[in-house]
Design a protein around this ligand. Sequence first.
Ligand SMILES: [Zn+2]
Length: 322
Amino acid sequence: MRTRGMDAARWAARLMVAALALSLAAGARAEGPAMVAQQVSPSAWYVEGVSALGSPANQNFISNAAFVVTPAGVVVIDALGSPALAERLLAEIRKVTPRPVTHVIVTHYHADHIYGLQAFKAQGARIIAHGAAREYMNSETARLRLEASRVELAPWVNDETRLVEADEWLAGDKTLTIGGVEFQIRIVGPSHTPEDLVVYLPGEKVLFAGDLVFRSRIPYVGKADSRHWILALEKLLTFDAGVIVPGHGPLSHEARKDMQLTRDYLRYLRASMGKAAANLEPFDDAYKNTDWSEFEHLPLFRVANRMNAYNTYLLLEQEGDK
Ligand SMILES: [Zn+2]
């Protein structure tokens, strides 16, 4: 009897452990990917999204966000891809400082960088972005994208999620001093998007580059204005940046090298595809005849290069018509 009683107790304990493991697994799913603020410089931190497409499992945590702690409050750069993620970022900020978020600077109005804005707005933060984003804000594209995201990213993006206007729409470069810390906001669009801007922290030589600089990988060019993007990278190269916090992926201590790589790749795309378009060479032939050896070892080459080349070919065809 005694041993049986022991068995029963042991079984009960095992069941409890199993139940606990199950609930932990469920909890982990609800929590999404880990978010841990990493220190970049004496006053700057960032959180790094996963390298994937947005999904309910990752809560749309596919981009980075950063924050800078000043004596007058916290300045956040980019708002992440859902309100829940923004709340998690606020929790990370509270581990570093009790000071409130006073400003959010948005590098560009792509869904994965802005769907968290409402959480910061609710805390009274002032949102700053480039005025060219207003066109997107009021576009059918933005409305449809949000509608689709409410289905694809439910429940993280849902009927409560909305597009949030900036409190201040910039028309040009601006230097903000908050709590004695200087933030150089520089307009670098139209490049990746019409409204691209970057934020430079000269005191600590940190450049928050949005999606303008891709680290050791083939950039996603999409419908970008690559001519202007190259000019923007030239502008960024004039900063004495030591560290780049990109919009996606790990931070880089090889700022110049990464900027040069992105620039050289864009230049090469334009030169090779421009020549093909001018000679009326069909795209498929031009792609096959182009020597990609300088770039084909880079991550995402297989995934992105052909589409980048095709978009550039179309762009150069149009530019040639003008
Ligand atoms: Zn992005």
